[in-house]
Ligand binder design. Structure first.
Ligand SMILES: O=C(O)CCC(=O)C(=O)O
Length: 299
């Protein structure tokens, strides 16, 4: 594929294609909403597991897109940010990347999928929500490495306030054996902790927390079938163990924030390769698009 043929998926703020349904007016919100029970679970525990958002056909398209990128058939891998085969503890490997949403149509459109965005508006309690960035954590069969215990916001201190949320989307059934996500319920109330190396020693964070927090450190596995996702709060401690199964554990992670979050970066750099945003200025623009505006929908 030549430079000339590259589709600019970011040219229009919103989905590029028709992979997922769109919101036409306010009456379209209802089928995508979380129940009061689900919202209460998130508020109490700092995460919400097993929320159905995809069909098997969506999963197949997302897998095809991701495999094309990972196996260098997409042709635009040079546009990825921080793409890396990371050496993990124990001689294991983890494929990590940001920016898949800029080079694959289905992954791009997933960012705007109402099955996700309507729920984000509820969980963040904000009518307007913006996309922050995507991540892929791809654990190959048998050798896929761990992701160390961490809080997402500890990596996002170039932005404020902490009004962020993560949507974790497995492209395989997530099981204990293949290294599913684990979360520490209630840890969203622990305040901001130090930032460990994400792909380093699993338990590094445990040396950085108080004896009281260590006592309350009771992780639970988020085992969930493909087609579902989980959401977690930006202060919820989470991580994942290695993949010891015979199949990959592929996940696309979408990070969002409530509209109004500003740059707190002394040099304005929010994301490598993106134009700097001066400290104090709202984070917005085509690289941080609005994914939902419930107030703006026709009533
Ligand atoms: O996929 C994983 O194992 C870790 C993902 C993660 O750290 C996150 O969703 O913030």
């Amino acid at each position: 594929m030549t430079q000339m043929q590259r589709t600019d998926y970011l040219a229009v703020e919103g989905p590029h294609g028709r992979t997922f349904p769109r919101l036409a007016d306010a009456s379209d919100l209802a089928p995508w909403r979380l129940t009061d029970e689900q919202l209460a679970h998130y508020r109490q525990h700092g995460y919400l597991p097993r929320v159905t958002i995809l069909t098997p056909d969506h999963v197949a398209r997302l897998r095809d897109g991701l495999e094309a990128i990972v196996h260098h058939r997409n042709g635009r891998e040079d546009e990825l940010i921080g793409a890396n085969d990371v050496d993990s503890p124990g001689g294991r490997k983890l494929t990590y990347m940001q920016g898949a949403w800029m080079i694959d149509e289905a992954i791009h459109d997933l960012v705007f999928h109402p099955a996700i965005t309507v729920k984000l508006a509820q969980l963040l309690d904000s009518p307007r929500v913006r996309f922050f960035h995507d991540q892929v954590f791809y654990k190959p069969p048998r050798s896929g490495g761990n992701v160390a215990w961490h809080q997402d916001y500890s990596y996002w201190q170039r932005t404020r306030p902490a009004r962020h949320i993560t949507c974790w989307i497995g492209l395989d059934d997530s099981t204990l054996e293949n290294g599913c996500l684990h979360v520490v319920p209630g840890s969203q109330r622990w305040g901001l902790l130090q930032m460990p190396r994400l792909t380093g020693d699993m338990d590094a964070l445990l040396q950085m927390i108080s004896p009281q927090q260590r006592k309350a450190f009771n992780p639970v596995p988020v085992e969930q079938p493909v087609t579902t996702c989980s959401f977690h709060h930006d202060h919820t401690v989470h991580g994942s163990y290695p993949n010891s199964s015979e199949r990959p554990r592929r996940a696309i992670i979408l990070n969002y924030f409530a509209d109004g979050v500003v740059s707190d970066a002394p040099d304005g750099v929010i994301m490598p390769n993106f134009d700097p945003i001066p400290r104090g200025q709202p984070i917005r623009g085509r690289l941080f698009p609005l994914v939902i505006d419930t107030d703006g929908l026709k009533k």
